[in-house]
Write a protein that binds this ligand. Structure first.
Ligand code: NAD
Length: 314
């Protein structure tokens, strides 16, 4: 895989793209944020790690400027922007018959969105435990460690899966090929569907939420509804494992001192990914005749907050 594009090159796209380029691959960052793209074109991207701050020259373009085909396109917009991104890239001729389209966005249903444009055999899903932040346009903050689990979305073996895994490992991204990526996707979506809306609605850090003695009672119905919907869609989730995953993030030295990303998005005046978390559970539940009142209420509450806080489109 010679030509790699990162479509949606904010915090996470920036991390993945710069690490892959530093491993010697040909990477182009594609993004709509004008100040960000122009700064990278002009000065390269600034990377701050725990130990160092440095500049990296890397190609950056607006999606409408693309006039080449890529072997691998990694989609890392926010979930609600991915449909528009893949459509534009398809119109620009960026996607060929063998192009692998991979995403490690949080949330559910991305394979269905991409399947509107490309066959399932070209879609790859990944789950990452890496994190990343932005200090401003053209400025990445990359701290901590992580992992990536990936698989072709239809579960079939593919030479490209091994090639992508190799690229990620060359880039020191601790990647492995999963034999059940949907299990990982749904587990991470459960974690996000529990803590993102609750901490956002309550305006609490994760550790502050965890101090409430009956926190377990609050998270239980959300998780049970997700398990029922997942099971009806052929994904087996375990209640105790999910509770352990959520509660495992509570300590201060893990996620306790942080507000979840949904809280950060809202307080930066941006839309949240709620429709791909609790909202997607609600949508699937309705399609399947499974009642999901807790997830539906949380979705409505976040949309109410978006009415109050959102000031920008992206
Ligand atoms: P991000 O907000 O940093 O970037 C997403 C998009 O928004 C990019 O196109 C970016 O250019 C644009 N953007 C960011 N700030 C902007 C601003 N001020 N003005 C205009 N445009 C702006 O989002 P992200 O954290 O990279 O998340 C991308 C996907 O990866 C999401 O699905 C997220 O849930 C997932 N993810 C993120 C992390 C993380 O630690 N950041 C970890 C795991 C998964």
């Amino acid at each position: 895989m010679k030509k790699i594009a990162i479509a949606g090159a904010g915090a996470m796209g920036g991390r993945i793209g710069t690490q892959i380029q530093e491993a010697g691959y040909d990477v182009t960052l594609l993004d709509y944020w004008q100040a960000h793209v122009e700064k990278i074109k002009r000065e390269g991207i600034e990377i701050q790690t725990e130990t160092d701050t440095y500049h990296l020259d890397i190609k950056a373009q607006f999606p409408e400027e693309v006039n080449e085909q890529f072997d691998l396109i990694i989609i890392l917009t926010k979930a609600m922007k991915s449909r528009e991104m893949i459509k534009v890239l398809n119109e620009r001729g960026a996607i060929g018959e063998d192009t692998a389209i991979l995403t490690m966005m949080n949330g559910l249903g991305h394979d269905e969105t991409f399947a509107e444009v490309v066959p399932k055999s070209q879609i790859f899903l990944a789950v990452t435990m890496w994190t990343a932040g932005m200090r401003g346009p053209g400025q990445l903050l990359l701290e901590g460690d992580g992992t990536i689990d990936l698989q072709r979305a239809d579960g079939l073996d593919d030479e490209r899966t091994r090639a992508i895994n190799q690229i990620f490992n060359d880039a020191k991204l601790n990647s492995r090929i999963s034999d059940d990526v949907f299990q990982s996707v749904w587990s991470k979506a459960t974690l996000n569907s529990v803590l993102n809306p609750l901490c956002t609605i309550l305006d609490k850090r994760i550790g502050e939420f965890a101090k409430y003695e009956q926190a377990r009672e609050m998270i239980t119905p959300i998780i049970n509804e997700i398990i029922a919907v997942a099971e009806a869609r052929g994904v087996k989730l375990d209640f105790d494992a999910l509770v352990a995953k959520v509660e495992g993030s509570y300590p201060d030295e893990l996620q306790g001192l942080h507000y979840p990303s949904m809280h950060q998005d809202l307080h930066s005046g941006r839309y949240t990914e709620i429709d791909y978390l609790n909202g997607k559970i609600t949508q699937y539940g309705k399609e399947l005749g499974i009642s999901t009142p807790t997830n539906e209420l949380l979705t409505h509450m976040i949309h109410q907050l978006e009415m109050q806080y959102v000031t920008q489109e992206s």
